[in-house]
Design a protein around this ligand. Structure first.
Ligand code: ZN
Length: 321
C-alpha cells in the first residue's frame, strides 16, 4: 500500500478527545468539500471520495452531536473507481447548529482564518490532509502536499502551517492551489503534529537508512575509484543491514547479530578480521564470518529498499529468527 494511503488510514483512527478539536477537524472537512444547501430547508452535505474519510466525518458529527440525524449516500461515478460519499445532515435545525458552531470558533487576530488554539490548528491540518492531502513514498523523494480549488481554503491551510512553525510553500497546478512541504525533517514534524505516529516512524527509518547510505557512498567515492573485492563485500553487508534496519529494526535481531550489524555500520570498511576485534568481547574471524553470513541471509530475504512500498500491512516484513 502506498505511504499516502497508509498515513490516511492511520489518521482516520485518530479521534481528538477535546470537543474544540473535533469541531476544528470537522470544519476542515467542510472547508474542502462541505456545503450548506437548500434555501428554505437548509441541509448540510460533506462530500468525499474515500469511505474512510466519510466514516471519520460521521464519527466527528456523532461525537459532537449525538442526537443529530445523519445519512450516508454513495454515488457511483462513471469511472468505476470513482465513488462519491455524501454525509448529509438533513434536518435544518441540526444543520444550522453545526454550521454555526463551525463558523464561530475562536480565530487569531492577525489572520482571521486561522483557529486560535494550537490543538485545533493540528486537528484542522489533520482533516485537511485526509480530505485532500498526499505524501510521496519516502524511499523515492520527500514531498507532501494539500491541494484545494478554493482560494480561501488554501489561504487558511497555508496560514495554519505557518502558525505551527512549518515552512510550507504555495504554488498553482492547473488552477488548483497546492500547499507543499519538500523537506524530510519538516514532513516528519508535520506527521507528528497531525498525529500520524507510525507513518512518522516509517519515514524516520527511511531517512536514517538514506543518510547512512549516502555516507558510505561518499566514502567509497573519495577513497578510490578502484573498489576492490573486500569493499564490494562490505558494501553488500552494509546494504543488507540497511534492509534489516528498515524492515525489522535491528533490535529484532538476536543480541549477537545486532552487535555485529551495528559494528559493521559504524566501520563500513574494515576487513572482517578487524571487525571481529572491534566487537566486545572480540570474535574470531570465523566467529564474525558466521554471524555475518546469517545477517546476509536475513537481508537477502527482504525486498530491496527501492521497491519496498508493498511491504506488509505495517510496512514491516516478519522474519523468523
Ligand atoms: Zn482544540
Amino acid at each position: 500500500m502506498a505511504f499516502s494511503e497508509r498515513t490516511k488510514q492511520e489518521l482516520v483512527r485518530v479521534i481528538p478527545s477535546a470537543r474544540c478539536c473535533r469541531l476544528a477537524e470537522l470544519s476542515a472537512f467542510y472547508d474542502f468539500h462541505g456545503y450548506l444547501l437548500g434555501r428554505d430547508q437548509p441541509y448540510l452535505d460533506f462530500y468525499s471520495s474515500s469511505p474512510l474519510a466519510a466514516r471519520k466525518i460521521l464519527t466527528l458529527i456523532k461525537g459532537l452531536y449525538p442526537d443529530a440525524f445523519t445519512q450516508t449516500l454513495v454515488q457511483r461515478a462513471r469511472a468505476r473507481k470513482h465513488q462519491v460519499f455524501t454525509v448529509r445532515v438533513p434536518s435544518p435545525a441540526d444543520s444550522e447548529t453545526i454550521y454555526e458552531a463551525m463558523h464561530s470558533q475562536p480565530v487569531t487576530q492577525q489572520d482571521a482564518a486561522v483557529l486560535r488554539k494550537k490543538c485545533c490548528q493540528r486537528a484542522y491540518l489533520r482533516g485537511s490532509f485526509i480530505s485532500q492531502g498526499s505524501v510521496t513514498n519516502p524511499e523515492r523523494t520527500y514531498h507532501l502536499e494539500i491541494s484545494s480549488d478554493k482560494t480561501t481554503t488554501a489561504d487558511t491551510v497555508l496560514a495554519t502551517f505557518h502558525a505551527l512553525g512549518l515552512e510550507a510553500r504555495r504554488t498553482q497546478r492547473k488552477g488548483v492551489h497546492v500547499i507543499y512541504l519538500k523537506d524530510g525533517e519538516q514532513i516528519v514534524y508535520f506527521l507528528n503534529v497531525i498525529g500520524a505516529h507510525s507513518a512518522l516512524l516509517h519515514l524516520e527509518n527511511i531517512r536514517v537508512v538514506k543518510g547512512m547510505r549516502n555516507q558510505v557512498n561518499r566514502l567509497v567515492n573519495c577513497e578510490t575509484a578502484n573498489v576492490d573485492k573486500t569493499v564490494k563485500a562490505a558494501m553488500e553487508q552494509v546494504e543488507m543491514i540497511y534492509r534489516i534496519h528498515a524492515y525489522m529494526g535491528l533490535h529484532e535481531l538476536s543480541e549477537n547479530l545486532q552487535q555485529v550489524a551495528e559494528t559493521r555500520l559504524r566501520y563500513p570498511y574494515v576487513p572482517l578480521k578487524e571487525l571481529g576485534e572491534l566487537v566486545d568481547p572480540p570474535l574470531s574471524k570465523s566467529g564474525v564470518n558466521y554471524r555475518m553470513r546469517q545477517l546476509l541471509a536475513i537481508g537477502r530475504s527482504l525486498p530491496s529498499l527501492e521497491s519496498s512500498q508493498d511491504a506488509g500491512e505495517d510496512g514491516r516484513v516478519s522474519i523468523e529468527k
